[in-house]
Write a protein that binds this ligand. Structure first.
Ligand code: AP5
Ligand code: ZN
Length: 213
């Protein structure tokens, strides 16, 4: 399968991806995660992307399209992929379609994670990341593991630089102006399934499983 997860910042794309990945044997391509790694490693793309990311604006289409073009070639993507956070502009979607149709394939489904803006502030402000695995936790909704339990590693959790109320405003604005048209673009092609993502994570997981049956 070739899937797109689309939705506003903090809607749960990263949280739901591991389960979809293991259920359907797909690779998980998250442009935000790849860009954060590039920023941390100070690669040429990372240096170019840093300022936009920290201000909550989108990185240029050329950079992210290049990253995805490379990433889909990986052997673990042979069986299909989950695109998490890409495409985010109509030009990115058009490029993706061209890339896939050149190979005689296309997107199977676009899962549109709907969450009202006012819910996202709390989601983003309470998020903590485990850097080694990329897993997200939430002080209230997905509490981090505690010492002596589960697979607690003792490694410190970190905050994302863009996870504050101020930057979230810019990220939401980018979503509504630049990414909503991508949803409309795939709706015309009848590829969009609505996911009511303002529900507990287990409920969202069940909706996705049903949509991908
Ligand atoms: P990116 O990393 O993609 O950030 P985003 O889209 O803003 O999405 P998030 O990662 O914030 O949210 P998520 O949906 O993954 O939420 P999560 O599951 O963690 O992009 C970052 C930046 O990179 C962009 O701003 C841009 O600059 C750049 N970029 C990336 N892709 C680009 C592209 N294609 N083009 C141009 N620029 C690009 O959940 C959030 C929190 O809520 C967690 O704490 C979680 O535990 C909790 N939670 C999850 N589900 C639930 C639930 N159901 N109920 C309660 N809490 C929940
Ligand atoms: Zn994410």
């Amino acid at each position: 399968k070739r899937l797109i997860l689309i939705g506003p910042p903090g809607c749960g794309k990263g949280t739901q991806s591991p389960k979809i990945k293991s259920d359907h044997c797909l690779c998980h391509l998250a442009t935000g995660d790849m860009l954060r790694a590039a920023v941390a490693a100070k690669t040429p793309n990372g240096v170019k992307a840093k300022q936009a990311m920290e201000s909550g604006a989108l990185v240029s289409d050329d950079i992210v399209v290049g990253i995805i073009e490379e990433a889909v070639k990986a052997p673990e993507c042979r069986n299909g992929f989950i695109l998490d956070g890409f495409p985010r502009t109509v030009p990115q979607a058009v490029k993706l379609d061209e890339m896939l149709s050149a190979k005689g394939v296309s997107i199977d489904a676009v899962l549109n994670f709907e969450v009202p803006d006012e819910v996202l502030v709390e989601r983003v402000e309470g998020r903590w990341i485990h850097p080694a695995s990329g897993r997200s936790y939430h002080t209230k909704f997905a509490p981090p593991k505690v010492e002596g339990k589960d697979d607690f590693t003792g490694e410190p959790l970190i905050k994302r630089k863009d996870d504050n109320a101020e930057t979230l405003k810019s990220r939401l604005q980018a979503f509504h102006t630049q990414t909503q048209p991508v949803i409309d673009y795939y709706a015309i092609a009848k590829k969009v399934t609505e996911i009511h993502a303002n529900k507990p994570a287990s409920d969202v997981e069940a909706q996705i499983a049903a949509a991908l049956k």
